[in-house]
Design a protein around this ligand. Structure first.
Ligand code: KG4
Ligand code: ZN
Length: 345
């Protein structure tokens, strides 16, 4: 395959993003531009993402962001090999805005369109940032996703685990909210936990020792609520101890799940295959969780890799890169391809 230049559009949640990524004939990627506009402020007063507001905000700024991405990359529409847009899973209004814009650009320019699975884009990002090739194990932990994936190749994913209730980022956000800490909750909980005693509260370690591979965090969040309700008023130290105890329980639970997943893929790895473990998603920024994951990777002889944070969280470069990888395999999508609010990998 020859060198490719792909525009990527991401509008599945509350980030409007566009990027231009190049893929050379050897399969190496390079980000030429990557612009992200967070709608955080538009949703803050509601305490969560409002789908209708998100869709309108995408409509308002996507054209400008695409132009900015092209300008920063120093390319014009006619230089592109293809346009890729996230087509699911996500909020349907936003997906329609992004995919329709992508299709219109592809139609006007006469180049292929690619309807990208947002989870696939997260899963393939390590190929762009760390130049690693499948197979690898991947933990995706964000506000909307909590999954362990075995990435066998482009288009070949085995979902080893998912959450049976809350996503991990959601659990951090809900815990922050019930303790009166500011949003986004993950960084607030992490900061408070720095001064806390992780052993003061004996919180449950969800799913530990279970043979099914999944995650669960709703019960843990409820346990924090009950522990907090017993103390009135909550001092700053109480909050710090609750956050530290919550984070310790999260790390233990995730560690147990990741070990189980690693054990299940070890037999699939031929002798001599590089062992790579990739973490991505906003929660992968958590230092306590990262050091837990580094420890487990060491235990099993895996190299731990986490793409830079701005490429772990939602962005256009990952969509463009997934598009380039698919295009290199000759895969393209029709202009009649639908968006899919639910689209498991
Ligand atoms: O990947 P992301 O930016 O967006 C999506 O959910 O798509 O992830 C955001 C989530 C939020 O729930 C946020 O609270 C959490 O990641 N998060 C963290 C940290 N930074 C962000 N959770 C724990 N510790 C952090 N340092
Ligand atoms: Zn995402």
């Amino acid at each position: 395959p020859s060198a490719l230049l792909v525009l990527g559009i991401e509008t599945s949640c509350d980030e409007t993003a566009a990027a231009v990524v190049a893929r050379n004939a050897e399969g190496a990627g390079r980000i030429l531009s990557n612009v992200v506009l967070s709608q955080f402020d538009s949703h803050a007063i509601y305490g969560g993402v409002v789908p209708e507001i998100a869709a309108r905000a995408h409509t308002e700024c996507l054209d400008l962001l695409v132009q900015k991405a092209l300008d920063e990359a120093g390319v014009s529409l006619t230089d592109l090999s293809a346009v890729a847009a996230s087509a699911g899973p996500g909020l349907i209004g936003g997906l329609i805005v992004g995919a329709t814009s992508g299709k219109a650009l592809a139609l006007a320019t006469g180049i292929p369109f690619l309807a990208i699975n947002h989870l696939e884009a997260h899963a393939l990002t390590a190929g762009l940032t760390d130049a690693i090739r499948p197979p690898y194990l991947m933990l995706l932990v964000s506000g909307g996703h909590t999954q362990i994936l075995w990435v066998e190749g482009v288009g070949r994913y085995r979902r080893l685990a998912t959450t049976i209730d809350d996503a991990l980022g959601e659990a951090f956000d809900k815990t922050a909210k019930l303790l009166g800490l500011p949003m986004p909750g993950g960084p607030s909980v992490e900061k408070a936990a720095l001064n806390g005693n992780p052993r003061r509260f004996n919180l449950p370690r969800p799913m530990i020792g279970r043979e099914d591979p999944h995650f669960s965090f709703a019960g843990l969040k409820t346990a924090v609520r009950h522990a907090a309700a017993k103390i009135s008023p909550l001092s700053e130290q109480d909050i710090a101890d609750l956050c530290a105890s919550f984070q310790a329980a999260v790390c233990d639970s995730v560690a147990d799940r990741v070990r189980l997943a690693i054990r299940s893929v070890l037999p699939l790895l031929p002798e001599g295959t590089p062992r790579n473990f990739v973490a991505a998603g906003g929660v992968a920024a958590n230092k306590a969780l990262r050091s837990t994951l580094v420890g487990i990777s060491d235990e099993f002889g895996f190299a731990f890799r986490a793409p830079p944070l701005e490429l772990c969280t939602d962005n256009g470069a990952m969509i463009a890169w997934a598009g380039a990888e698919r295009l290199a395999l000759g895969l393209v999508d029709g202009l009649d391809s639908p968006v899919k609010p639910r689209w498991p990998l």
